[in-house]
Design a protein around this ligand. Structure first.
Ligand SMILES: CC(=O)SCCNC(=O)CCNC(=O)[C@H](O)C(C)(C)COP(=O)(O)OP(=O)(O)OC[C@H]1O[C@@H](n2cnc3c(N)ncnc32)[C@H](O)[C@@H]1OP(=O)(O)O
Ligand SMILES: O=C(O)CCC(=O)C(=O)O
Length: 375
C-alpha cells in the first residue's frame, strides 16, 4: 500500500460556520481551534475577516493563541479583504474567485481574462506584503480545464504557495475527481488543495480520492457541517487516511469529543448513522452480529471504537439473539435458567415490536416478572 503525502486544512470555523443559522462566538471558535490543534491539524481556516468587525477580532484572537497549527483566512479578490487578512496576522490567505463561465457571467459581469487579471493583481499585492497565498478556484469543477490550468500556472509563477480546486456545488464523483486531479497535476508547479461539498454525499470520498490522485491539502469540517449538505467530514477523512494511507500522526482519540463540542456549539445535530462519530457507529443489536462480536470485535467493526475515543455498546431489541442476551445478562450480573432466558427474549422482541425501547429498567422489570411467574 503506497502512502500519499497530505496535510489537512480544517475549515469548520469558516465554511462550517456558513451552515445556515450557525454563528460561533469567539470563545467557541477558540475552543474548536484548540481542539483541532491538539489533534494535529496543520492548518485552521479561522474565518473570513470581511464578514464583520467581530469576525475579524475573533480571527486575530485565534492567531494570538499561537497554536502549532497555521492559521488561514478567506479573501475575495478585493484589496480591502487582503488588507483585513494582513491586519489579522494570519499565516495563509485563500484568495478565491469563481472560475466557471456561469459564475463569471452571473456574478462578475466580466470576461475570464479580466477576472484572472484582477485575481493576479490581488495575489501580487498579498505576496508583496509577505502573505503566503492559496490561489483558489471557486466552482473549479465546472470550469474549463484549460482556463483552470492557466490560472494555476500564472498563480504559481507569481508566487502562490498553493493552487486550490473547489467542488463548490458538490457535483463530482470519485472517478471524476481522480481524473481531474491527475490532469491538473501533470503540469502544476505548487501543491494542490481540494475543497469538496457534499451535495451528492461524495465529499469525503472525493477528498480521499483526490489525495490518492496527488492532491496535498485536504479541506474538511468537523461533522461535515457547511453550506447546504456540508463539506468533507474531518472524522471520515482522517479515519480513511489512517486505514488506507497509513497516516498515523493525528490524535484520532479526540474526534468523538470534538464532534460533540461542534454539535453543541453549532446546534447542528449529528445523524445517528454518521460514520465515525454518529451515536450508532459502534452500537449493535443484531443477534448474529453480537454472537460474533463477543468472540472478536473485528467481525463487525472495521476499526476499534477506542481509536476515535468512542466505546462499543450492545443493545437489546427486536433483532437480539440468545447469545447476545445471555452475554448482556451475565455482564449485568443476572443469572437466568435456559427457560427464563427464552421467555425474556420473547418478551424483549414483542416489546420492541410494539416500539418499546428496552432500557436497563425495562429489562430488570421483564426479568423480575419472568422469575416471579416461574416461582
Ligand atoms: C464558495 C464560498 O463559500 S465563498 C464564501 C461565501 N461566504 C459568504 O458569502 C459569507 C460571508 N459573506 C458576507 O458576510 C458578505 O457577503 C460580504 C461581507 C463578504 C460581502 O457583503 P456585501 O458587500 O454586502 O456584498 P453581497 O454579499 O451583497 O454580494 C457579494 C459581492 O461580492 C462579489 N464577490 C463574490 N466573490 C468575489 C470574489 N471572489 N472576488 C471579488 N468579488 C467577489 C460579488 O460579485 C458581489 O459583488 P456586487 O455587490 O458588486 O454584486
Ligand atoms: O477554496 C477556498 O478557499 C474556498 C472555496 C469554497 O469555499 C467553495 O468553493 O466552496
Amino acid at each position: 500500500m503506497k502512502s500519499f503525502p497530505i496535510e489537512i486544512c480544517d475549515v469548520t470555523l469558516r465554511d462550517g460556520e456558513q451552515t445556515p443559522g450557525v454563528s460561533f462566538t469567539c470563545k467557541e471558535k477558540q475552543d474548536i481551534a484548540q481542539s483541532l490543534s491538539d489533534i494535529g491539524i496543520e492548518i485552521i481556516e479561522a474565518g473570513f475577516p470581511s464578514v464583520s468587525t467581530e469576525e475579524k477580532k475573533t480571527i486575530k484572537a485565534i492567531v494570538e493563541m499561537e497554536l502549532p497549527s497555521r492559521i488561514c483566512c478567506l479573501a475575495r479578490c478585493v484589496q480591502s479583504d487582503i488588507d483585513a487578512a494582513l491586519d489579522c496576522g494570519v499565516d495563509l490567505v485563500s484568495i478565491f474567485f469563481a472560475t466557471s463561465d456561469l459564475h463569471i457571467r452571473v456574478k462578475y459581469h466580466k470576461t475570464r481574462e479580466q477576472m484572472l487579471d484582477t485575481a493576479l493583481s490581488m495575489l501580487d499585492y498579498a505576496v508583496d506584503h509577505g502573505l503566503s497565498v492559496r490561489f483558489s478556484a471557486e466552482d473549479a469543477s465546472r470550469t474549463d480545464i484549460g482556463f483552470l490550468k492557466q490560472m494555476y500556472r500564472e498563480g504559481a509563477e507569481r508566487g502562490a504557495a498553493y493552487s486550490s480546486f473547489a467542488d463548490t456545488i458538490g457535483c463530482m464523483t470519485p472517478i471524476m475527481m481522480y481524473d481531474v486531479v491527475r490532469e491538473i497535476k501533470k503540469d502544476l508547479k505548487n501543491p494542490l488543495c481540494v475543497h469538496c461539498h457534499n451535495d451528492l454525499g461524495f465529499a469525503s470520498a472525493n477528498t480521499f480520492t483526490a489525495s490518492q490522485a496527488g492532491a496535498f491539502q485536504l479541506h474538511t469540517t468537523v461533522n461535515g457541517i457547511g453550506e447546504r449538505c456540508g463539506n468533507a467530514s474531518l472524522e471520515e477523512v482522517l479515519v480513511a487516511l489512517r486505514m488506507h494511507n497509513k497516516t498515523d500522526r493525528y490524535d484520532l482519540t479526540e474526534l468523538t469529543k470534538l464532534s460533540k463540542l461542534v454539535e453543541q456549539y453549532s446546534g447542528v445535530l449529528v445523524a445517528k448513522t454518521k460514520p465515525v462519530v454518529g451515536e450508532h457507529a459502534f452500537v449493535h443489536e443484531s443477534g448474529i452480529h453480537i454472537a460474533a462480536l463477543i468472540k472478536d470485535p473485528q467481525t463487525y467493526e472495521y476499526y476499534p471504537p477506542e481509536m476515535v475515543g468512542a466505546k462499543q455498546k450492545l443493545m437489546l431489541g427486536k433483532h437480539t439473539g440468545r447469545k447476545g442476551l445471555e452475554h448482556i445478562l451475565t455482564t449485568l450480573g443476572y443469572t437466568c435458567s435456559n427457560e427464563q432466558t427464552d421467555e425474556i427474549l420473547e418478551k424483549i422482541k414483542a416489546a420492541a415490536e410494539a416500539k418499546q425501547s428496552i432500557t436497563a429498567e425495562y429489562l430488570s422489570e421483564i426479568i423480575a416478572e419472568t422469575r416471579s411467574s416461574a416461582s
